[in-house]
Ligand binder design. Structure first.
Ligand code: SF4
Length: 297
């Protein structure tokens, strides 16, 4: 069978679902290639992560479409989801990608994770994620939604393994600032980060937790930047600004990053102009440091 895969969001980052689909089909004797509009295929898979990415008009009606950008609840069939990814389709990327844990025990009303993934469970070991079909990788992008909600012994064991095997990691969905205490902060301060530690500051109530998490990381010796996601709705700009300024005041190396809220229920793709302006100001550090938002034209 001739199978095509298509990353509708583009090729700037690897699409883990397509990597698993490719591996699964190759293991079943099929040929897998990137989608080309005029070619003939027996099956086409299209994956879209972001709701704001426009659909590809060249996709035929029988293409199998999946990913949060098409349907927040879409999941891969279990056997494909459990197939180790095929890294050969992305020779331009050298990190390993995966999840140590899936799901989250919380039910934040704006978040798609509880509905899509369910409660938290441990699903992998860092060593297995890094052992890929193109060799062992020493950097790993971990997309866990709430790593610190996993059993503490498991978290400790994984971090010790990262240190021992010299694997640098990025928890790119952030960690939960509420779960930082003396014990977890001591552990998270020693993670061999790829770039920086990440926490999320999605609501006003999270700000004191974030400030505390950063100060605990500092207490236990972490000296790098702390990337802080700041979720904002169009009518919540004042709240987002309080969090941005609060994080900046708390730590010189805190990097607030505005994530405009997108409504997965109604698939709103447009970001209100003022919210877009806030993100443009905040997410370019040199602008944010040069002027306050009220002075940004
Ligand atoms: S803690 Fe994070 S991942 Fe969990 S439900 Fe809330 S926003 Fe989603």
């Amino acid at each position: 069978m001739r199978v095509a895969i298509h990353s509708v969001d583009g090729m700037k980052f690897p699409n883990l679902a397509l990597m698993r689909i490719s591996a699964w089909h190759k293991a079943h004797g099929d040929t897998v290639e990137w989608f080309a509009p005029l070619a003939k295929y027996d099956r086409i898979y299209a994956s879209k992560i972001f709701t704001f990415t426009p659909d590809d008009p060249y996709l035929p009606p029988d293409a199998i479409k999946g990913g949060t950008g098409y349907n927040a609840a879409s999941r891969l069939p279990q056997d494909i989801d459990e197939t180790p990814p095929d890294y050969s389709i992305y020779p331009q990327f050298d990190a390993a990608y995966g999840f140590l844990t899936r799901g989250c025990p919380n039910k934040c009303p704006w978040c798609v994770v509880p509905r899509k993934e369910g409660g938290l469970r441990v699903v992998a070991d860092i060593e297995d994620i890094c052992r890929t079909n193109t060799g062992f990788r020493r950097t790993a992008i971990l997309m866990d939604n709430n790593f610190l909600a996993a059993p503490p012994d498991y978290c400790r064991q994984q971090i010790e393994k990262m240190q021992r095997l010299k694997i640098r990691v990025d928890f790119n969905q952030a960690t939960d600032a509420r779960l930082y205490n003396e014990e977890t902060a001591r552990m998270m301060a020693t993670v061999p980060y790829l770039k920086y530690a990440r926490i999320s500051c999605d609501t006003d109530a999270m700000l004191p937790h974030c400030v505390r998490a950063i100060s605990l990381l500092r207490k236990f010796g972490y000296r790098g930047d702390v990337f802080c996601y700041v979720l904002s709705k169009a009518d919540g700009i004042a709240s987002a600004l309080d969090r941005i300024y609060g994080l900046m005041a708390a730590d010189r190396r805190a990097i607030p990053f505005v994530m405009p809220y997108r409504d997965f229920e109604h698939y709103t793709t447009e970001v209100a102009p003022e919210l877009r302006r806030l993100a443009r100001w905040c997410n370019r550090a040199w602008i944010r440091k040069a002027c306050r938002f009220c002075d940004y034209k």
